[in-house]
Design a protein around this ligand. Structure first.
Ligand code: MSP
Length: 513
């Protein structure tokens, strides 16, 4: 029996289609999911759409559709984006799904019975863009939401049901104390701890009179909205025979919704008597060419179009290499091309090429021989530090280690200079030695790349006659393939694994053709 591993993305609002920002979070989750799957875990990777919102009703009206029909259409569009990108999700949760309604109603009742939900009046500033009440200190100088400066802040006064978040303040602080890696990275965790220390207010979980939402079981004239509803998607994903996956190992979320995941969500889980997730991994936000991603700026990048025009590897390498998970950044197509050319096309691609050309010269299989200590140590250190980084979800670091290893191999070639004696019969043994070392290095590189770029990594392994490694990796034994050793067989040079991209001939990615 494989141990279960559950990782999620946020469920994205379905009143728009996912852009490259949403794709970023999804790629982080997918890469971790793949690494865990290859490492022997039975992996569940859920994503989905957050549908029960006022914005869906507004948008449907604009398009003269029923909210239901609009929601169906948008859910299909979201799926199409992830499918077109080849994202390997295992679950797609819709909050319109009857099974989700059942879950949320059951949970509401449990919280209510626990005395955690009460009727009260709330008057406050509300941002429809965030679907959240705002305190004055959350607003900018013009009194607007910094994330939605074009929307007016609404003053809402209503009779709502509230969730007694304040009751859980001490317990939350104890949790944070006892689990120093509950939120990663650490500096984002510190912001959360400060926020909770500052005191918690109960939050509203219902609206009166709306029909597009989940009715409260104890008062059908109210529907629950946004956060109480949305967060339980992670539980819905684990019903119907999937119970063993709950709670999640990691929720990957953007920093702007970290508070809901690191503060509300644990309190809600305690309230209904369910276990907490192990980690919450917060990614930073990136801008594009210095500006917030927005339709009005016109800099929205459609990930499907971007990948069709360039490649998934280019997008993914750049996103995961340029921005350490957690940090904010700025996306620039030029930098994406530079990073891809430098690391994948030149460094790794050329290395493979050099190895293939030299191997063809000796014309037979390259035998496996005991490696020099230095070389063997380098491989061991690389795979060890790579795994440590991946296990801490430090994707950028793992990529850095991979790239540094390719540098090491290129340097090994530059020092041993086998092309100088490739045709010299008297130095044949030396040539074979060098190539055997290099082959083992290139093979290791394939294994390291597999969690990030499975297609390319498998192609690499196939080209060096190491199909058996693909099977090892795919049969979820990544750690084993870090240790195996075999002979290599090279049949042809073939086309470059990572074709170089010409920066000059590229159009600006942020302007539509
Ligand atoms: N529906 C809620 C989440 C509910 S989860 C229980 C929501 N949806 S959203 O459509 O607004 O998606 C927000 C998420 O998309 C962010 O938390 C982040 O993961 C991702 N990103 C959107 N834009 C992004 C950037 N510009 N940069 C990085 N991540 C971005 O919030």
């Amino acid at each position: 029996m494989k141990p279960p591993f559950y990782i999620s993305t946020p469920i994205y609002y379905s009143n728009g289609v996912p852009h490259i920002g949403h794709t970023y979070t999804t790629l982080i989750a997918e890469t971790i999911a793949r690494y865990k799957r290859f490492s022997g875990y039975e992996t569940k990777f859920s994503t989905g759409v957050d549908e029960n919102s006022q914005k869906v009703v507004e948008k449907a009206e604009e398009q003269a559709m029923t909210p239901e029909a609009y929601a169906d259409m948008m859910a299909a569009k979201h799926r199409a984006v992830w499918d077109n990108l080849g994202i390997e999700y295992t679950d797609f949760v819709r909050t319109r799904d009857p099974r989700h309604f059942e879950v949320v109603r059951d949970m509401l009742q449990r919280s209510y019975d626990a005395g955690d939900i009460y009727l009260g009046t709330y008057e406050g500033k509300y941002c429809v863009g965030c679907e959240a009440y705002k305190r004055d200190e959350d607003l900018n100088e013009e009194g607007r939401c910094p994330d939605h400066p074009n929307r007016d802040i609404t003053i809402l006064s209503e009779t709502n049901y509230f969730f007694r978040l304040s009751k859980y303040q001490d317990r939350l602080l104890e949790l944070y104390e006892s689990q120093p890696d509950f939120v990663m990275p650490e500096y984002r965790f510190r912001e959360i701890i400060e926020f909770v220390r500052g005191g918690l207010e109960d939050f509203s979980i219902s609206r009166e009179g709306s029909t597009f939402g989940i009715p409260l079981p104890f008062d059908e004239s109210h529907v629950t909205y946004v956060w109480y509803d949305a967060l339980f998607n992670y539980y819905t994903a684990c019903t119907h025979g999937q119970e063993r996956f709950f709670p999640a190992d990691v929720h990957v979320v953007g920093k702007e919704i970290l508070r809901f995941h690191a503060v509300y969500w644990p309190a809600m889980l305690w309230s209904v008597g369910l276990p907490l997730p192990k980690n919450i991994l917060a990614n930073g936000f990136f801008t594009i060419d210095g500006q917030k991603i927005s339709k009005s700026v016109g800099n929205v990048i459609d990930p499907v179009e971007y990948v069709q025009r360039h490649s998934r590897e280019l997008m993914q390498l750049y996103l995961l290499y340029a921005f350490p998970v957690g940090a904010d950044g700025d996306f620039s197509h030029e930098h994406a091309v530079d990073a891809y050319n430098a690391h994948l096309a030149n460094n790794i691609g050329n290395l493979l090429n050099r190895f293939l050309v030299l191997s063809l010269k000796i014309g037979w299989n390259i035998p496996s021989i005991p490696l020099d200590d230095d070389f063997a140590n380098e491989i061991q250190n690389t795979t060890r530090t790579y795994r440590e980084a991946m296990d801490r979800y430090e994707l950028r670091k793992a990529l850095e280690i991979t790239i540094a290893f390719a540098d090491f191999l290129n340097k090994y070639l530059d020092t041993t200079r086998p092309w100088e004696y490739a045709s010299d019969e008297t130095r044949h043994a030396e040539l074979v030695r060098v190539l055997a070392h290099l082959g083992e290095g290139v093979r290791t590189l394939g294994v390291l790349l597999a969690s990030f770029f499975p297609k390319k990594a498998f192609e690499l392994l196939e080209r060096i006659g190491r199909k058996s490694d693909i099977a090892t990796i795919e049969s979820w034994k990544l750690q084993e393939s870090f240790q195996l050793r075999w002979e290599f067989f090279v049949a042809e040079k073939g086309v470059p694994l990572f074709a170089r991209v010409e920066p000059k001939s590229e159009e600006n990615s942020s302007t539509k053709p």
